[in-house]
Write a protein that binds this ligand. Structure first.
Ligand code: ARG
Length: 584
């Protein structure tokens, strides 16, 4: 499919260049129309330019339209109101671009012209701590962003910046040495649940017992010096956590390369040395810090970013600086995306600033923090279990699957259907996991989102089950009509006569521009909205236009529309990390 937005944008630009040569023009030149009465696409470029060149906008519009060559795409362009340009796509343009998508495994969408090397840093839980719903959001959103950029042809490195280093290991090893030494020498002696409990107890000891504090600190030093027992213990603890994390990634179908904080340990001293050589590093109460621009404390004094603590230890920011340099120099990244909760926005702004001022970020490199809001319970407060504990991710996902299974079994009973246990397992899992992912992705990530099993599993509204149903409707046509989709040919004539056919066709050709928009803003909810509207438009078409009972050549035309809808839903959902099913 050819993205009409890009095609029309190019044409409009060349008309402007002839009618009104300027060095630059306002962006964007063209937008999807906000209301049907403005056509399919609209431009207010003449209004924006009028002031600049001192001409009446309508007069400018007439000049531009006189040079605009779009007869193959649109009806005659309309100049509306004070000088808006309204574009209406021609049915045969729509038909041609849809035909181009038949038989293409990318729905005719070409890869981007300039692929980038992108690091997406997401998920990134902490060892010996439970993965929580914040990590779930990071995992779901980060995976979706990575999938979209990959589809567009970028070279993506998915990195799991696991918190696998720090003083917590000193505490944990010192504690386990006392109470459960086997855990530090034998693999599989603990599971992550135990580890989290041990961690809490170790922390209590640390806060109340100076003797224990001393031991924990010695363990940190031993670990840093690579002492055998401590190293081995640390490795075992990491492996325990890793196994638990992997179960979640498998269930969610997430691919990630683990490269934890410890990986950057050898590169930390150079961060200090180089910042010192640049004259950016300052001693402040025994610590080595960089004073930040634009960040002040309550007294209005510049705030420091601590790079090395007074005890010589490094911290989260130091590691992020080392990681950033490594990703640019060694991984050759020209775009680094960090997906974390909004609470870390200041951290990233500060790290980015220090890296920029140190000259470590070449001009072609983009650094982007992708923040997201909290997960709330239906009571509007932070999501917790009934007893007030943080929810374990595994429990949350298992519950989603269990509820989706219960819904399914009830539906089967009402419909008097009997299905195999494998069918029930698959459907329950695909819907349960898909619902959790979709509920998260369909919200603007910047806001908090309310976690509700009932809403996310509902067949009505902007939910995964609603979209999956639209897909299944098309698969139903395949079965009832005994259709072999491979027989559809790009030469199939398409008749877009009914309004519902035209609206569906117009929406179908917008996938590419939707993806462009999503990757420019890194807002997956825009793709969800697109797919939701696609399902609605398809359902309107399906209710209004008979398909299998239509006579040829209308039947082939309608089947093609249905087929392209299904392919678009499948592609779109797969970019969200959601599988489709042939039957529900
Ligand atoms: N481990 C951190 C946390 O749980 C997230 C790490 C995000 N990535 C980064 N490069 N700092 O909050």
């Amino acid at each position: 499919m050819v993205a009409p937005l890009r095609l029309l944008g190019d044409r409009l630009l060349s008309a402007l260049q002839t009618a009104l040569p300027l060095d630059t023009y306002p962006e964007p030149l063209l937008l999807p129309a906000s209301q049907a009465k403005f056509g399919d696409y609209q431009s207010n470029v003449c209004l924006s330019l009028a002031k600049q060149v001192g001409k009446a906008p309508r007069e400018l519009a007439q000049k531009v339209v006189a040079h605009l060559n779009v007869e193959d795409i649109c009806q005659p362009v309309e100049i509306a109101g004070p000088g808006f340009l309204n574009f209406r796509l021609k049915p045969d343009f729509l038909a041609r671009s849809l035909q181009a998508a038949i038989g293409s495994d990318r729905l005719g969408i070409p890869p981007v012209r300039e692929p980038r090397r992108v690091v997406v840093d997401f998920s990134s839980p902490n060892i010996a701590k439970e993965m929580h719903v914040g990590h779930l959001r990071s995992t779901i959103i980060g995976d979706c962003i990575a999938r979209i950029l990959e589809f567009q042809g970028h070279d993506v490195l998915r990195l799991n910046h696991v918190g696998d280093w720090g003083t917590q290991f000193g505490m944990l090893i010192a504690y386990l040495d006392e109470v459960y030494p086997d855990a530090l020498t034998t693999a599989n002696a603990l599971d992550l649940g135990d580890l989290v409990t041990f961690y809490k107890k170790a922390k209590q000891r640390f806060d109340s017992d100076p003797n224990f504090q001393q031991k924990a600190r010695q363990q940190v030093v031993a670990l840093q010096q690579g002492e055998e027992h401590s190293r081995r213990a640390w490795q075992l603890l990491c492996e325990q956590s890793r196994r638990e994390f992997q179960k979640i990634y498998d269930l969610l179908d997430i691919q990630l390369t683990e490269r934890g904080e410890s990986f950057y340990n050898p590169f930390l001293p150079a961060v200090i040395e180089d910042l010192a050589a640049l004259g950016l590093l300052v001693e402040d109460q025994g610590a080595k810090v960089v004073f930040l621009e634009g960040f002040t404390n309550k007294e209005g004094q510049p705030q420091p970013l601590i790079i090395q603590k007074s005890d010589g230890g490094y911290n989260y920011a130091t590691t992020d600086l080392a990681a950033l340099r490594y990703r640019i120099e060694k991984d050759q990244a020209d775009w680094i995306i960090y997906v974390t909760d909004v609470g870390q926005s200041t951290h990233f702004a500060q790290v980015f600033q220090v890296a920029q001022r140190a000259g470590w970020v070449p001009p072609h490199v983009t650094l982007t923090h992708v923040p997201f809001g909290l997960v709330l319970g239906e009571d509007g407060k932070r999501l917790k279990t009934r007893s007030g504990e943080t929810i374990r991710l595994m429990d949350l996902l298992t519950e989603a699957i269990a509820r989706s299974r219960a819904d399914l079994e009830q539906r089967l009973a009402t419909e008097g259907r009997s299905e195999s246990p494998e069918f029930i397992d698959t459907v329950a899992r695909v819907i349960g996991i898909g619902a959790v992912k979709y509920a998260d992705l369909s919200q603007n990530r910047n806001s908090n989102y309310v976690f509700s099993y009932d809403k996310m599993l509902s067949l009505q509204g902007n939910t995964a089950p609603y979209l999956l149903y639209a897909y299944v409707r098309v698969q139903g046509l395949t079965r009832r009509g005994d259709i072999d989709w491979r027989s559809l040919s790009p030469d199939t004539p398409l008749f877009l006569e009914d309004d519902t056919e035209q609206n569906l066709a117009k929406h179908l050709v917008q996938l590419e521009e939707t993806l462009d928009l999503v990757s420019a803003e890194l807002l997956p909810n825009r793709l969800c909205q697109y797919l939701f509207e696609l399902s609605q438009l398809f359902n309107q078409f399906y209710d209004r236009c008979p398909i299998l009972s239509a006579t040829e050549p209308t039947k082939q035309s309608r089947l093609t529309l249905a087929y392209l809808t299904a392919q678009t839903l499948k592609q779109g959902l797969s970019l969200l990390g959601i599988q489709v099913l042939d039957r529900l």
